[in-house]
Design a protein around this ligand. Structure first.
Ligand code: AMP
Length: 112
């Protein structure tokens, strides 16, 4: 069965796409937790960071560089937060790796 994000990548489910290339896609989060909240998702399904393998190294780097590029394009000059929820304790809800990028407001630390 396809993951939710595979369905978005296949255009079976609509999403607001901010960026796409052969490795990943960046979409607006449907339930934004900040004025700017988008997700960078690899096209290859990796369930979560903890299941990434050595050969995913450049793919993982690509996700972070894409997060940085899209954040710059969206004008997040005062900073932003990247989050990867891995597993139950982190509150992961979609088992297809994604990098959250949140910005446009002051973030708190420690996170909840
Ligand atoms: P996580 O809880 O870290 O697995 O993050 C999953 C994220 O996907 C949440 O922030 C959701 O709001 C977001 N999400 C769920 N469905 C959609 C959708 N159809 N389009 C965009 N974002 C979604």
């Amino acid at each position: 069965m396809s993951t939710l994000f595979e369905k978005i990548i296949a255009r079976d489910i609509p999403a607001e796409i901010l960026y796409e290339d052969e490795v990943c896609i960046a979409i607006k989060d449907i339930e934004p937790q900040a004025p700017v909240h988008f997700l960078v998702i690899p096209k290859k399904v990796i369930a979560r960071l903890g299941e990434a393998e050595k050969f995913d190294q450049s793919r993982l780097g690509h996700l972070l560089l894409t997060a940085s590029q899209v954040a710059r394009e969206l004008g997040l000059v005062d900073g932003y937060r990247t989050v990867i929820n891995n597993g139950i304790h982190a509150g992961e809800t979609v088992p297809h790796l994604h990098v959250h990028v949140l910005g446009g407001r002051q973030m708190k630390w420690p996170p909840g």
